[in-house]
Ligand binder design. Sequence first.
Ligand code: FAE
Length: 545
Amino acid sequence: MTAKLMQHQLTRRQILGMVALQAAAASGLTRIGLQSASAAEPAAVDNAPAIVIGSGYGGAVAALRLGQAGIRTIVLEMGRLWNTPGSDGKVFCSTAAPDQRSMWFRTRTEAPLATFLWLDVVNRDISRYPGVLDRVRFADMSVFVGRGVGGGSLVNGGMAVTPLQSYFAEQFPTVDVNEMYGTYFPRARSVLGVNSVDPAWFESTEWYQFTRVSRKHAQNAGLRTTFVPSVYDFGHMQREAAGTATKSALAQEVIYGNNHGKRSLDKTYLASALGTGNVTIHTMEKVRAISRASDGTYVLTADRVDATGTVVETKQYGCTYLFLGGGSLGTTELLVRARETGTLPALDASVGSGWGTNGNVMLGRANHLWDTVGANQSTMPVMGIDDWANTANPVFAEIAPLPTGLEHWVSLYLAITKNPQRASFSYDSGTGGVRLGWTAAQSAVSVSMAKKLFDRINSANSTIYRYDLFGSSNKIFADDFTYHPLGGCVLGKATDNYGRVKGYSKLYVTDGSLVPGSIGVNPFVTITALAERTMARVLAEDTAP
Ligand code: FAE
């Protein structure tokens, strides 16, 4: 964002919060609050009325609303603050030249799209560092997640989609949909800074030729396409294209972070939360245990790690109100461990279950030579093929970019299928971690649905699939990873109808673990809106003196 634009759009609280973030980065602090904007680091505070675990969508909403309510709050985030430029002058590295900043403690990148023409040209050796993207591997499924202040908002494609009301109601039968669509979805979109691409610019720019080609192929098969909004600032993107702003979406930046243009949570919810003066974010601290003291308050154990991953300190925290925003994986792991090790034994038996991939499958199609997709591609998707209304085979497929700087004739997609399969996490006492019971056969259900849709598109356009993008085994459908982990502590099952965890008072879940495995579109707007709904209810009913 340019300074001018920021002044135009940011509230006073956000500006104060951004000052705090900047000051923390400049002085290398791992504790960020308004106090850190002054020279002295605040005194160590291990107790707070409220603690939030994680700073992704669910955590950021909780932090802002608690701060606004005047409740002193600590946010514990295992990743780092991302606003210090590296030696190249950039905060984040691009997908074309990944370095240590790309991935969470890896020696080689593990990009979703592994090969090109079967060649191992995508991934690079890197040094171990708390990079921004993690790939958490389970037996038959791996999960991409963001690490850092802002969680998934730092690495995602910015697609800010509100689900179909009827499907939301199907997934959340106990939630008042009128209230969600009348109050909480609009509130979430407004604070997230959701905007839409200018249709005239979309039709004319070389940067979205890849999308127009995929739209034509979908239409040739009689399929409907729809624009999807984004949290990437399209004003900035148009200036990138015009050469008047530094390129980010137009410079192959996305899954390892965007240096400009994206309204990630550190620029929206979290900046405002810090601006209340009541919220402090501690970075590089991973919570590993939660228990309850005899007076009913919560006790947390957190490991602080340095840039090599070494634990440099183990800390104890105490709080009255505890909000879990560690994401579907982080929150579920903490609660399953707490139940199975007996530190929170009254947790419901359903904690750990109801997990799904949002039916994710990635695939590429090979276009005819005359159907060029363009060497220049924006990394921010703006359109989906919407066949969700097809009850025999509901699929919503995002038209995804594959920016390489060269014409490659590939149309890439991330399909979201209505896969009804769900899995559970179980505690592994040997490692202290969790296992995920998702199987390859469960992924095959998503593949069969994606295949039915894309077979139609291929047949209408006399095209074929690409076999060279997902490793050396001629794999067409990448069904072994997801960007959209959902569930594990499902609303109304592991919690009450507002995210209050069953079995314990003043313990709440606000993140993607509430969503029962599928929401039919990209999930962060839903996660944000549900967190807004939880916070409104909790602040009205549970925190009154
Ligand atoms: P999340 O954003 O993952 O935040 C959890 C935070 O908690 C992280 O910062 C963790 O580091 C931290 N954490 C976890 N455990 C602990 C612990 N024990 N102690 C301290 N900190 C902890 O959770 N969604 C869309 O809607 N549109 C898109 O275009 C889109 N594209 C995506 C592209 C990629 C490459 C990826 C990976 C995801 C994408 N998503 C997209 C998914 C979206 O980012 C995801 O649903 C949300 O980020 C989930 O929000 P949560 O609040 O549940």
